[in-house]
Design a protein around this ligand. Structure first.
Ligand code: GLU
Length: 315
């Protein structure tokens, strides 16, 4: 398969530096290997996604000089998610779940302190064959979410940057959701169907998603798709050591562009964080292509000053 990478932003706000860091490294990896780059707008959360943010992502990427070869919008691809969900349902691997968030938290083991929710299997039927009969007339009157059955299995894979990872899915997440009760498609299903159908061979993204890869590999295998190479990245963090997020206003691209930084200045600093150049000097995206090598990219997270300031930005 020809080499293909992707950047898959969720348009729920302006891109912050961490998003740009992922975009840049995925783009450089692709361009340095002569591959193609896909931009996929992940707008499946109807409450939080905004078209204006999606347009802004495209404007920001153009401003940075990160060009894409194909572009997709997930909300236009729902029929594909349904088709693949049906394939899993036909294998007898899915069931309706009527639990509310409060029900799930009530059955949660107290040690899951990292925010992970491990589903206790409350709605999993004894016999999966008839699982969907009468699914619409549950005594609670609620509409069900769709969960996939997760066996007591350990998924191992080699992350190209962080090495061997092994996760027992039953302990890590339990039966996970493929479609929410309100009909919204879950990230785990959509990302697998899309990466597979788009022919993505290399997934580059922040290491906050490192332990989503085993759930995704489980789905790849069940659907008979080839698993791509996963290459997770260190995170850019604020000075309190937390991963940058929408709340770190000063480090979103809107503020950075307003404060007068050029695209070359932003790219130079990010390339410096990534070990690609020795000093945070202005540089264009194209100039970075011959300099890029995965072996230069660190594995440790990095602290970024709130003013994205004059010194190296290292914590
Ligand atoms: N849409 C996800 C996010 O913005 C990224 C998904 C992925 O790269 O797999 O966090």
């Amino acid at each position: 398969m020809p080499m293909k990478g992707r950047f898959a932003p969720s348009p729920t706000g302006r891109m912050h530096l961490g998003n740009v860091y992922s975009a840049l490294l995925s783009w450089l990896s692709v361009r340095s290997q002569g591959g193609s780059w896909v931009l996929r707008i992940e707008d499946l959360d109807p409450q939080r996604s905004r078209r204006a943010f999606a347009e802004q992502v495209e404007d920001d990427l153009r401003w940075l000089g990160l060009d894409w070869d194909e572009r997709y919008v997930q909300s236009e691809r729902e029929a594909l998610y349904l088709e693949h969900l049906n394939r899993l349902a036909q294998k007898g691997l899915t069931y309706p779940c009527y639990c509310t968030r409060a029900d799930i938290l009530a059955t949660q083991a107290p040690h899951e302190s990292d925010g992970r929710v491990v589903y206790a299997g409350t709605c999993r039927p004894k016999h999966l064959e008839g699982a969907w009969l009468n699914a619409d007339s549950h005594p609670s009157g609620r509409k069900p979410a769709t969960r996939i059955v997760v066996p007591d299995v350990t998924i191992s894979f080699v992350d190209a940057h962080y090495g061997v990872q092994s996760v027992n899915l039953a302990r890590h997440c339990g039966d996970f959701v493929l479609r929410r009760a309100d009909g919204a498609w879950a990230y785990q299903l959509a990302v697998v169907v899309d990466d597979a159908l788009m022919g993505i061979t290399e997934v580059v993204r922040g290491r906050d998603l490192l332990l989503s890869a085993p759930q995704q590999i489980y789905l790849y295998r069940l659907l008979g798709f080839e698993v791509p190479v996963f290459c997770h990245l260190p995170l850019l963090c604020n000075l309190s050591g937390q991963r940058l997020c929408k709340r770190d206003k000063s480090l979103d691209l809107g503020e950075i562009r307003k404060s007068g930084h050029s695209p070359e200045s932003v790219l130079g600093r990010l390339a410096f964080y990534a070990g690609i150049i020795d000093r945070p000097e202005p540089v264009s995206a194209l100039e970075l292509v011959p300099e890029f090598s995965w072996s230069k990219v660190p594995v440790e997270d990095m602290l970024v000053r709130p003013d994205f300031g004059e010194d190296s930005g290292e914590g």
